[in-house]
Design a protein around this ligand. Structure first.
Ligand SMILES: *Cc1c(COP(=O)(O)O)cnc(C)c1O
Length: 712
């Protein structure tokens, strides 16, 4: 029997306030007891809202009822005290950074599915960096955009074509609040733009544990109608609009910091989208009397530019006149705009236009790539530019990406770690010594934990298909493609990523007959799950989805191929835990790092990956499989053919036999050994803990020594 009891009105209000505070801070997303707390209020609402606690705040009845439950009230009080303790924690990082903030700029953040301001990997990296900085007490402030429409949602038509759907995000159930000034009004900033124009931004505040993320929103009435939609969506195709976004993110971010009176210790620019922040900060220095050259130099010293794109054609380039038009207002400050335009000139192709990656790398005195291999690629593709840098002091290095372990590790493995390592393993994440204890986990316990994840994944996929059957009257053949025939006992390979050419989503279909034989083998079958969106303008990506879909619908493949619609954070959580094998086959050297394979690896899902991005650092001969190690200068078709051949060989000769080799209990003991190897080799090394430590040691520490308070 649940104990029922009555509280006074004041007591209830106090508890509701605690609940509101917890719901608005994303800390709950990576702390299981907090998650459980919300689930306790009402499991059905919890599920239907896609695990969004703000859905409860509108549902007074559910909360009133929960507050009559003593166990709930106790859990709430306990969770809240844990939360408060967490917020007040002082760490070495807090001491080291003192009052200097790392200002982190990014166009997207992947924090939770209720806050759709991300497209993919770059966003999750930014989100994980904010979460980790909170965990270790590193003072960081994030700056980004509030996109009323977020990123495209995906609906697959019966013929396999991706329809792009843009829905308005419902801001009242987003974990973001209008940031208020002292008088309780919505905090807004303005920036100079072009000639005698101003652009205004309303500011949203998102709490990520101890870290604050500010989001700029141009959809406010102070703006001219033509400027209101600047922040409407992520990654627009229209050049003019895109440049305006870049401009507003950079200048808006710096204007915000200034009006908040925040001291800038370090400017960390994540990819080229926010690079105008560097210019904006230099302009601030010019306003305080510094010549432009010195101002740029001063900004450069406190700036780190992280590049993610190993492809020159994928960066943002604008006609010079377009950039000049935005910057007319600088003339009033006596700044020679030509000097600014020169910052965007790529020496390899000076007339191509204004290159925002080049500007970032020219201004920042610290540059990093996101894996060891990516650093080599970066040095090669930007060689003429980097040759120019030899005359000045620049630090160019790499920091391999990592993932936020508490966010991406499944509950079952967490419990096993509590039991067989130490309950405080989360504090020791990057301490490689404790991870050998993984070997103490009994094989059957790890295997059953994995099988539970797999069943959860397949149930979730079938639930989605059921929903689409009920809501959209989806054609039955499409339901097959959506995965209704998936089975937990079958070896399951997953390919989930952005559907775009270089990721080669259809590579495994190079020899359909051979694939068919692998998938439909009666005694040792294999199934493949695909998921991923194509950018609305990426026709090649959309065609790839259509190809996969047509194979998935083809009865010859016996329902062993599925394509799951609308890949998002929620689906990613199921897939990176529930698959047996995580397939990654981009065309080298185009994957700068990749992070989904890390999320899989820490959960004991084995990577089958081309030798690119993070994997050459992650692979140790025992924790998965690698192919494509030597990459000759051959034509694309030849490379594709060779890689496909290698994938088939590994699946046929190694993966399938190993997976189906069972002991008398039905446990694939040698497979489980590889799972353990995967967890212990990948978890500490590719954690965001290790990543932020490395950012601090390789870059931040030295940058902190620079006297950045010149504006005083
Ligand atoms: C981790 C993640 C990504 C990034 O995956 P890559 O390895 O870079 O392809 C993309 N989308 C979602 C939803 C993710 O969780």
């Amino acid at each position: 029997m649940e104990e029922r009891f009555k509280l006074s009105k004041e007591e209830k209000e106090e508890l509701k306030e605690k609940l509101r505070e917890l719901a608005y801070n994303l800390w709950w997303t990576w702390n299981p007891p907090a998650k459980k707390l919300f689930k306790m209020i009402d499991e059905i609402i919890w599920k239907e809202s896609k695990e969004n606690p703000l859905a409860f705040l509108k549902n007074e009845d559910a909360i009133e009822k929960a507050l009559e439950n003593k166990k709930f009230v106790n859990t709430l009080n306990f969770t809240y005290s844990q939360f408060k303790k967490y917020l007040e924690r002082i760490t070495n990082y807090t001491v080291l950074f003192k009052d200097k903030n790392v200002i982190f700029f990014s166009a997207e953040y992947g924090l939770h599915q209720s806050l759709l301001i991300y497209a993919g990997g770059l966003g999750f990296l930014s989100g994980d960096i904010l979460k980790e900085s909170s965990d270790i007490g590193l003072p960081m402030i994030g700056i980004g955009f509030m996109y009323p429409q977020g990123y495209v949602r995906q609906k697959i038509r019966e013929d396999g074509w991706q329809e792009d759907i843009f829905l308005n995000n419902s801001k009242d159930v987003m974990p973001a609040k209008k940031f208020q000034d002292e008088k309780g009004n919505w905090f807004k900033i303005s920036i100079d733009y072009s000639q005698d124009e101003k652009i205004y931004c309303g500011i949203w505040k998102v709490e990520v544990g101890k870290t604050t993320l500010f989001l700029l929103d141009t959809n406010i009435e102070e703006n001219s109608p033509w400027n209101r939609d600047i922040s409407s969506r992520l990654y627009v195709s229209d050049k003019e609009l895109k440049l305006k976004q870049q401009f507003v993110l950079g200048f808006g971010g710096i204007a915000l910091l200034k009006s908040l009176g925040k001291k800038i210790g370090i400017l960390h620019i994540n990819e080229d989208y926010p690079v105008f922040a560097l210019l904006a900060q230099a302009v601030e220095f010019v306003k305080s009397g510094m010549p432009l050259k010195e101002a740029l130099d001063a900004v450069g010293q406190i700036s780190l530019f992280t590049t993610h794109t190993p492809l020159q054609t994928a960066v943002n380039i604008y006609p010079f006149y377009m950039v000049e038009e935005h910057l007319y207002f600088l003339k009033d400050l006596g700044i020679d705009i030509k000097k600014i335009l020169e910052l965007g000139v790529n020496p390899q192709n000076p007339s191509e236009g204004f290159n925002t990656t080049v500007m970032g790398m020219k201004i920042a005195k610290n540059i990093n790539a996101v894996s060891k291999k990516h650093l080599e690629t970066t040095k090669r593709i930007w060689k003429p530019l980097f040759d120019e840098f030899k005359k000045e002091e620049k630090k160019i290095d790499y920091v391999t990406n990592g993932v936020h372990i508490p966010s991406w590790l499944c509950a079952f493995i967490r419990k096993l770690l509590d039991k067989y390592l130490t309950p405080s393993w989360a504090d020791l994440v990057d301490d490689e010594r404790i991870w050998s204890l993984i070997d103490d986990i009994p094989d059957d316990e790890l295997w059953y934990a994995h099988m539970e994840n797999k069943e959860k994944m397949i149930n979730h996929i079938i639930d989605r298909a059921k929903d689409s059957w009920l809501k959209d009257k989806t054609h039955p053949t499409v339901l097959v493609a959506e995965g209704i025939f998936l089975e937990p006992d079958i070896l399951t390979i997953c390919f989930a990523r952005r559907m775009t050419g270089y990721k080669r989503p259809t590579l495994i279909f190079s020899d359909p007959q051979r694939l068919k034989k692998i998938l439909t083998n009666p005694s040792r079958p294999v199934q493949i799950i695909f998921a991923g969106k194509a950018h609305p303008a990426d026709l090649e990506g959309k065609k790839a989805i259509q190809t996969i879909f047509s194979f998935a619908k083809n009865p010859d493949f016996e329902g062993r191929i599925a394509f799951i619609e609308d890949y998002d954070e929620e689906l990613a959580h199921y897939l990176v835990r529930g698959a047996d094998v995580w397939l990654n086959n981009p065309l080298p050297p185009l994957e700068a790092s990749g992070t989904s394979g890390m999320k899989a690896g820490i959960n004991g899902v084995l990577n089958l990956s081309v030798s690119d991005g993070w994997w050459p650092e992650g692979y140790n001969g025992k924790n998965g499989w690698i192919f494509g190690e030597e990459n000759p200068d051959a034509p694309r078709e030849e490379i594709d053919k060779k890689h496909a051949e290698e994938i088939y060989n590994i699946i046929e000769n190694e993966i399938v036999p190993l997976y189906y080799e069972r002991d008398e209990r039905g446990i694939p003991v040698r497979w489980v050994k590889k799972m353990k190897e995967s967890i212990k080799s990948i978890l500490p090394k590719f954690s965001s803990r290790r990543m932020l430590k490395e950012y601090t040691e390789k870059f931040y520490i030295n940058m902190l020594k620079v006297d950045s308070q010149k504006e005083d």
